[in-house]
Structures are given as C-alpha cells and as structure tokens.
Design a protein around this ligand. Structure first.
Ligand SMILES: *[C@@H]1O[C@H](CO)[C@@H](O)[C@H](O)[C@H]1NC(C)=O
Ligand SMILES: *[C@@H]1O[C@H](CO)[C@@H](O)[C@H](O)[C@H]1NC(C)=O
Ligand SMILES: *[C@@H]1O[C@H](CO)[C@@H](O)[C@H](O)[C@H]1NC(C)=O
Ligand SMILES: *[C@@H]1O[C@H](CO)[C@@H](O)[C@H](O)[C@H]1NC(C)=O
Ligand SMILES: *[C@@H]1O[C@H](CO)[C@@H](O)[C@H](O)[C@H]1NC(C)=O
Ligand SMILES: *[C@@H]1O[C@H](CO)[C@@H](O)[C@H](O)[C@H]1NC(C)=O
Ligand SMILES: *[C@@H]1O[C@H](CO)[C@@H](O)[C@H](O)[C@H]1NC(C)=O
Ligand SMILES: *[C@@H]1O[C@H](CO)[C@@H](O)[C@H](O)[C@H]1NC(C)=O
Ligand SMILES: *[C@@H]1O[C@H](CO)[C@@H](O)[C@H](O)[C@H]1NC(C)=O
Ligand SMILES: *[C@@H]1O[C@H](CO)[C@@H](O)[C@H](O)[C@H]1NC(C)=O
Length: 857
C-alpha cells in the first residue's frame, strides 16, 4: 500500500511538473509545448481571445501515434489546420516558438517541420478569433500565417488563392496528404485526382456564374461560397448558403468537397460535391464498377463483366478474368470490352485525344502508347479517349448519354512458365499484363505484368507518402526485368524535387534519388528528345529495359508523363570513370584500369552482338562508364541515341562533350556503325593509359619547343598535346612507358603499356573496317586473341588532329594545373612538319571545325 501511495505521489508530482498552463491569444519566444506537457488539456496550449479556436499538439481520432500541431475549432473539436501533416510526432514531440519561427521536433531533437526563414525576428505567435495562427515581428507585422498555408480546409475569413491547392488528408486520423485536391482555375474551382479533373463548381445547379473575370480566390462567409475575380471584388461564381456563424469548406479524405456548418458539436453537411459518389475517381478501387444504390450517396461496388475481384484481402480492385483456354500468346495484348453504359469519371472533363477515328484506330493509338491503359470510343463522333497513367473506378450509367464504349488494355498470362518467378512469389495471385509499347516484332518482350497488391485502398493511401510502391500498385506494372513505370510525383519525391545533381550528360541531367524502400537510384531527366517524343521513348525504354548485362547499367524504371521523360537507373556509388581517372583522389592502379577496360569492353560487346537487336551506343566516353563497388565498370546511356534525329544527334555529339571520342565518320555523314563505338572505346583506352584527357592540356616543364614560334603547340606556360597522336609517335618509337600515367611510373611494365596502347590505336583506325570488333577487343584484353598491330596508314589523321588541336589550344585557358608532365610530348608535336600534316589531309577536313576535335568539356 505504501508503495502504491509512493507511486501515486511520484506520479502526481511529475504530473504537476510537466503540466503547464494554457495561454490566450499570444505566446512569445522562447516557448515550448508538447502533448505530454499539456496532457490535461488534450495538448491545447493557446486559445484565441474569445476561446473560439485553440492551438494544440493533438492526435485526431483514437490513435496515439500521430500528433500534429493543429488549430481546432473548440466547440465542435474540428481540426481546421495542421502544421506537420506529413511528419507527425509522438506524444512527447515538441513545438518550439523561437525568434526564428515555429519548429516541431521529435523527442530526441530531430526536426520534423518548421516555418520558413524570415527576414526579421519573430516576437509573438498569435491565434486570432477567426482561427488564423500568425507569426508577428516586433512591429506587429505578419511574417507568416496559417491562413496562407491551408491544408484541406478553409474557414470564414480565409481566402484560398489561385496558386494554392487544398489537398485531402489520407483519413480522418492520418492527416498526411492524400490523393484528392481542390484547385482554382482561371474561371472555376475544380476537384482533382492525380491531376485528373472530376468535378467543377460551375456545373453545379446551385452555383451562379456572375461574370467572366479571372478568378483570384475562393472564400466562404456566413452566407455563401464565393469565387472572387481578380478585378476588385467582383464575384465570379457564388453559391448561396444558409446563415451560419462557423462553417468549413473541406476537401474530404473521401474525395468529396464538403461544406459543413457546426452548431455546438452537431455538424450539418450543407453541400457535398460531387453529389454522385460514383463520380469519385477511386470510390470502387481500380476498375471497380460503381453503381448507384438507393441513393446517390450509397454507391455499390462490383467488378465489370470480364473482370473479377482481386483475390487479395480487402482489395477493391478488379482484375480481368483469367482466360487460359484462349491460349493467347503471352506477348499479345488484348482489349477487354466493357459493357455498354459503363463510363469513366474523367471522360466528361477531358477532351478526346483524337477525333474522327474508328474503334480499331483508337485501339492502335493505345497499343502504341506505353502509358495508355485503356480507351473509350464514341461511335457517333469518332472520338477516342485514352486513359493514361492511372486507372480509377468505372461508372455504371443507366442512360448512355454518349454511347461511349470502353476497353481496358490487358494481356492475360498464357503460360505460367513464362513468368514463373511471379507465380512462385505471389502464389495464388492473379497476374495480368499490360503491354508496353507494341510495335511489331521488336517488342515481344515488352510486356508489363500487373501484380495486384494486397493493399486495401485505405492502406494504400495511408502509406502513399512513405511508400511509392503502394502508389505504384495503383498504377500496375511490376515487370520481371522490365522497367517500372513511375509517376512524376514519385520521382519528384525520390529526388527531393531534383535536388542533388550528380551529372550532366548528352541527354539531360542526372539526379540522385532514393526510392521509398531506400534503394538509391540515379534519375535522368531527358531534355533533348526528338519531336517523335513519347512514342519513340516508350519504344526505346522497352528495348533498353530488356537488356541485362553485368557491365551495363540497369534501367529500373521510367516516367513518360506531361512531356517529362525520365529514366531511373541503378545508382553507381563510385561515380563515373572520368572522375576517378582524371579527378583528385587515390590514383587508379594499372590492374584496376585493365579491369575497367575489360568490363567496359564486355558491356559494349554485348550491346553490339549479345542482344536481339544490335545497339550502337554512339556516345562512349569516360563519363558514360560508371563504376560500382570494387570498380566494376558499367556502361550507361546506351540505347538513347535512337531517340534523336540525325540532326539532333550530330548536334549533341558535337556540342556535348563527345568531341574527343568522335569517330571521323561522324563528321563526314558516312554510315555510323558499331565500329564508331570501337573508335570511342579506343580513345578511352588511351586515356586509361595516360590518366588524363586525350584533349587535355599539359603543363610543360621543359621548354624544348620553347616559345620560339617553331611550333604552334605551346602557349607561354602550357603545352597542349593531342595524346592519341603522341601515343602514335611513341608507338612508332617503341617507347610505351613514356605514355603511362606519371603517377604509376615504376609500377607498369613496358609490355603492359604496349598492350593497351596498341589496342587503343587499332581501335581508332580511321578506316572503320580496320578496327577490331568489340568481341575481339575483349579477347585481346583477356589475352585469348593475338594482339592486333596498328596500321600507320590509317592513323595518320591523328597527326592532323594533333596539329589542329595544338593550334587551338593556344587560345584555351589552362584548366589543368596538374603536375602530369609528358616531357617529350611537346617536342613530338613540334616535330610534325607542315608537310606531314598536309599529306594527311583528308576528304573530310573541311567539315572539321577546331571546336569539334579540340577542347575538353
Ligand atoms: C531565446 O533563446 C535564445 C537562445 O536560447 C536567446 O538568444 C534569446 O534571447 C531568447 N529569447 C527570449 C525572448 O528569451
Ligand atoms: C468576444 O466576445 C465578446 C463577448 O461575448 C464580444 O463582444 C466580442 O465581439 C467577441 N470578440 C470577437 C473577436 O469575436
Ligand atoms: C502589438 O499588438 C499588441 C496587442 O495587440 C499591442 O499590445 C502592442 O502594443 C502592439 N505593438 C506594436 C509595436 O504595435
Ligand atoms: C495537370 O494537368 C494539366 C493538364 O491537364 C497540366 O496543365 C498541369 O500542369 C498538370 N499539373 C501538374 C501539377 O502537373
Ligand atoms: C459574404 O460575401 C459576399 C460577397 O462578398 C457579400 O455580398 C456578403 O454580404 C457576405 N456575407 C456576410 C454575412 O458578410
Ligand atoms: C477591372 O476590369 C475593368 C474592365 O474589365 C477595368 O476597366 C478595370 O480597370 C479593372 N479594375 C481593376 C482594379 O483591375
Ligand atoms: C485473407 O484473409 C483470410 C483471413 O481473414 C486468410 O485466411 C487468407 O489467407 C487471406 N488471403 C490472402 C490472399 O491474403
Ligand atoms: C481488412 O480491412 C479492415 C478494415 O478496413 C481491417 O480491420 C482488417 O484487418 C483487414 N483485413 C485484412 C486481412 O487485411
Ligand atoms: C501466336 O503468335 C503466332 C505468331 O505471332 C501466331 O501465328 C499465332 O496465331 C498466335 N496464336 C494465338 C493463339 O494467337
Ligand atoms: C457504330 O457501331 C456499330 C456496330 O456496333 C456499327 O454498325 C455502326 O456503323 C457504327 N456507327 C458509326 C457511326 O460508326
């Protein structure tokens, strides 16, 4: 008993210690609140002057794990705003008001949310009688206010500006961002699901459209809902509402826009839009068929004919009926026809993608488009609607207004052995496939398998923010070996809005990202895409995605949405070869360089001869050779050159850093073949030998050539050497060690160096036919094939390049302060007589501008 009293004493003692008073209207820095500290008031620490609203660290619903800094309407206990909706804290998480603003930290100090930085110090936090949480500076000027940063609700006195969006919560007790939104357009207020419109205010019978002014903001007051025009206060659209002192307009977790009035704890829904619940995009899950029951507010869900309910528990998604006996080829897509009268929520809000096409043309349009998941076709007008990227629920209409006939694109698995991995993995799960770009024989493998997840809609939505896998499950494709389709938003999240740039290539910029399962990835945002754009893109990624080789960077996924083309690659933790080879840091040992050369050669050999279709890389260079743990080399960017038109590709190769690796035939419009890659690989080999860029500048230590003007090689302090030419000279003299990276001297034998130099020179023969194939390059590197002998007559062009380069380099700044010195190089260059270069003049010389052959990037 004593013990119990002791415990109670301790309890009350500590309770009175942590329990704190609540404040009215203002709190001042340095102030701290937590649910635990204000536990006797359910976390409330600040009330507005008349007590209408309060601010609290609050856990909505009955759960005890997610606490938010909220503004709450006291009488009805309605949350009207939350600060950290996507980063809840635990019961002991704290909110701190300091001179810098509000910050919310988890127990232990990790920051979960904060207000943006301000110019001046915060001197007070005020909660107004309208429910606005305001940060004031010492002149009482507003630095920040919750009304300008709405979550899913607006109240009387608040304005929803055109540039802001209300985003639904996932559920009533999980306030994180869900899938539905309310946004203003120039003339209307619209509801959106994954950027698809599903409702417009102007089409409501209760809405009065007053004027054609451009909309500036939406507001509710005691007598109505209004869209105000930009011009003064002209009302663009109004909806009259019964008089009420407290009312909210909220985009509900259900997807409906609800205006409610509160009378004490009683709540009255004054308006619920869309009135027809079947018009809510995901009301019945994916492909679920929504039928209005007795009232429009009690929709019934079923699967359309030809589909059945997903066998996974709690899933409302529907799947095509598995139809083995049709013996469909697994690579053949089909369109499952929906019944007459079945419509789709988005059809009324989007324009047809094509007009005047017949059904089979409409299907073809969809077949060729990897992001197309289904179609609706209007027989009478020949309109074709493509359902792209996401699929929501279907609507069963008793009256078929427009005779739209719908089809869902599927491929039904024919032979279980084809996708054995899948069926073992998820035993008992039905599997359907969605065909990616289909364009003839090339895409036999371009099959995307739909793996229906076990998640219920709710679970799915709950985890949306954390796990994009779930939102992928909305979307469908999980394909063994084939790339995943990503939503643009997912990649935005994965890369923290393209924050960390890790490279720039010929096709665009590469960003580091992290998938929700923590897998690091490299996301390439393609900018130089041909006008053909999307179709080619889809075609190519299907091909690229099918290529798997240990020396090729794996394509994990893609996104082709809203004119954005993104590729998601495996992340290579050691970066690209150029950084390791040319950059500071530990020097690459010879054996490592040989390993890298072999790896890269194997990758290219596979591209040239190992795949179903020969793939010419067209842009082989150290930047495109990526290194993984233990310096495993992998080729990146393969398969992309197809996306470019000829003009674009020559543009990109000349403009974007391939200069030093460009085979002569690129400049002469003659046929580009896999030997073009061999040339570039040869250039890379030579760079591996020297440890510097072929076109780099070298600081001269000796001045044998001097400034005398006898050579054009040197500017006053820097010598510019076209290394391949120097390599040719040294090869002729048998002085291979001269060519080796000075940092490795003493650790490389002449035989080692000779092997790579000779092979490198063979690869850069001007006559493509004289260059070895990549397969024999691999053989030579591995020592299984006899080493080739460089043919001088096909290498003389290097002398010309060397001279042009040297001339140009006089004008170049010395970019390289490195101590890498090739004492004989300048002299060798200087020895090139005018005669020899004239003799080496080639047919294509007139095409070559100095820019094209010289200049490090
Ligand atoms: C708040 O704390 C900071 C540092 O802890 C201090 O510099 C500042 O003077 C304090 N402000 C007030 C109003 O006490
Ligand atoms: C607060 O309440 C008092 C008395 O009930 C009232 O006169 C006053 O107008 C109210 N203030 C606000 C801002 O609502
Ligand atoms: C700021 O507002 C408070 C409360 O309304 C008032 O007491 C104070 O004098 C004001 N300060 C200034 C600088 O206006
Ligand atoms: C949503 O789609 C519209 C076209 O329907 C487009 O203009 C807009 O940029 C998209 N919004 C976002 C956030 O991508
Ligand atoms: C609500 O706003 C409208 C439009 O500005 C205005 O005409 C009306 O008088 C307002 N109602 C109240 C109660 O203030
Ligand atoms: C409002 O629009 C009218 C014409 O549409 C224009 O004459 C007037 O200047 C505008 N007023 C403001 C405040 O922009
Ligand atoms: C669904 O849940 C039941 C229990 O409620 C369980 O026995 C069954 O194995 C589950 N099925 C799947 C596919 O998860
Ligand atoms: C199905 O969902 C309900 C609530 O939505 C949940 O209580 C139940 O555990 C779920 N069952 C399974 C097997 O996931
Ligand atoms: C399977 O594909 C082959 C060749 O594409 C075709 O000849 C055959 O008819 C197809 N079988 C079925 C059942 O569609
Ligand atoms: C509509 O489809 C039917 C077959 O379902 C066809 O006979 C008819 O010609 C079509 N009408 C038009 C205008 O294409």
């Amino acid at each position: 008993m004593d013990f119990l009293i002791l415990i109670l004493n301790v309890f009350f003692l500590s309770f009175s210690l942590v329990s704190a008073v609540s404040f009215t209207e203002f709190v001042y820095p340095n102030f701290t609140a937590s649910n635990l500290r204000h536990v006797d008031a359910s976390g409330s620490f600040l009330f507005s002057s008349n007590g209408t609203f309060k601010a609290a660290i609050f856990n909505p619903g009955s759960q005890q794990i997610r606490f938010y800094l909220c503004v709450i309407h006291v009488e009805s206990n309605t949350v009207i705003w939350s600060a950290n909706r996507d980063s809840p804290v635990s019961k002991s998480g704290t909110m701190t008001l300091s001179g810098n603003g509000i910050s919310i930290t988890e127990e232990g100090g990790s920051l979960r949310w904060s207000t943006p930085p301000f110019q001046s110090l915060v001197s007070a936090l005020r909660l107004t009688e309208t429910g606005n949480l305001v940060l004031l500076d010492r002149y009482n000027a507003t630095l920040w206010e919750s009304f300008r940063n709405p979550t899913d609700t607006i109240v009387i006195g608040q304005e929803l500006r055109a540039e802001t969006v209300l985003l639904s919560a996932v559920s009533n007790d999980d306030l994180s961002v869900g899938n539905y939104g309310l946004a203003l357009t120039l003339s209307d207020a619209t509801l959106l699901w994954k950027n698809l419109t599903y409702w417009k205010l102007s089409m409501e019978t209760k809405a009065y459209v007053n004027s054609g002014y451009a909309v500036e903001f939406l507001a509710v007051n005691q007598t109505g809902l209004y869209l105000f025009g930009r011009n003064g206060s002209a009302v663009v659209i109004k909806v009259n509402l019964p008089l009420s002192e407290f009312r909210t307009a909220k985009i509900d977790a259900s997807g409906q826009f609800i205006i409610s009035s509160f009378f004490g704890v009683a709540q009255r829904h004054e308006f619920v839009w869309p009135i027809d619940a079947c018009q809510i995009p995901f009301v019945c899950g994916k492909i679920g068929l929504c039928t209005n029951g007795v009232s429009v507010n009690s929709p019934a869900c079923s699967c359309p004919s030809g589909f059945r309910l997903s066998a996974s528990n709690n899933s409302t998604n529907c799947l095509p009926v598995d139809d083995d006996n049709k013996g469909l080829n697994s690579s053949r897509l089909s369109f499952v026809q929906l019944d007459y009268g079945v419509d789709y929520f988005a059809n009324d809000f989007t324009l047809p993608t094509n007009y005047g096409v017949d059904l089979s043309q409409c299907r073809d349009l969809c077949s060729q488009d990897c992001s197309c998941l289904g179609i609706f076709h209007e027989n009478t007008s020949g309109s074709c609607y493509k359902l792209e990227n996401v699929l929501g629920s279907l609507i069963s209409r008793s009256t078929t207004r427009n005779n739209r006939l719908g089809f869902i694109k599927t491929v039904i698995r024919a032979s279980p052995t084809d996708f054995g991995v899948l069926s073992n993995d998820e035993a008992g799960f039905p599997v359907i496939a969605v065909v990616l770009p289909l364009s003839g024989f090339l895409f036999l493998f371009a099959i995307a398998i739909l793996l229906w997840r076990r998640y219920s809609l709710e679970e799915k939505v709950k985890k949306k923010k954390q796990s994009f896998k779930n939102s992928l499950s909305d979307l469908e494709f999980t394909i063994p070996g084939l790339p995943l389709h990503f939503d643009y938003e997912e990649l935005q999240t994965a890369t923290e809005n393209f924050k960390t740039k890790i490279g720039t290539g010929g096709f665009g910029t590469v960003y580091k990202g992290k998938l929700p399962d923590k897998t690091p990835v490299a996301v390439k945002r393609i900018t130089n895409i041909g006008a053909q754009g999307k179709k080619d893109f889809c075609t190519e990624i299907a091909v690229i995605g099918n290529i798997h080789h240990v020396n090729l960077v794996k394509l994990k996924g893609y996104c082709a949405q809203r004119r954005q083309w993104l590729l998601v690659y495996e992340y290579m933790n050691r970066g690209s070869l150029d950084r390791t080879l040319f950059g500071p840091g530990p020097v690459l040992e010879w054996a490592e360089r040989v390993e890298i050369a072999i790896g890269a050669a194997r990758g290219l050999a596979y591209l040239h001869s190992g795949c179903e279709r020969k793939i010419i890389h067209c842009d082989v260079k150290p930047e495109n050779i990526l290194l993984h743990d233990r310096l495993q080399a992998k080729i990146s960017d393969f398969g992309l050159s197809k996306l470019l038109t000829r003009e674009q590709s020559s543009l990109f190769t000349t403009m974007r850093g391939t200069r030093g690796y460009l085979a002569p035939e690129w400049l002469t419009s003659s046929a580009v073949s896999e030997k073009t890659d061999v040339y570039s690989f040869g250039m890379v080999l030579l760079e591996l030998v020297s440890g510097r860029k072929n076109c780099g500048l070298v600081t001269k230590s000796h001045s044998r050539g001097g400034n005398s003007g006898s050579s054009s090689v040197c500017s006053s302090s820097a010598g510019a050497i076209y290394f391949p030419f120097y390599a040719l000279e040294m090869h002729e003299q048998g002085r291979y060690l001269e060519l080796v990276d000075p940092r490795l001297r003493g650790r490389v034998t002449s035989e080692d160096a000779e092997k790579l130099v000779r092979l490198g020179l063979c690869c850069v023969h001007e006559e493509p036919g004289l260059r070895p194939t990549m397969v024999s390059v691999v053989g030579m590197l591995e020592g299984e094939v006899a080493l080739c002998n460089p043919r001088i007559e096909s290498l003389n062009f290097l002398r010309f390049y060397g001279r042009r380069f040297a001339e140009d380099s006089v004008m170049e700044e010395t970019k390289n302060n490195g101590a890498m010195v090739f004492p004989d190089a300048a002299a060798a260059a200087a020895n090139v007589s005018d005669n020899s270069t004239r003799n080496a003049t080639h047919r294509y010389l007139s095409y070559i501008s100095s820019q094209q052959i010289s200049g490090p990037r």
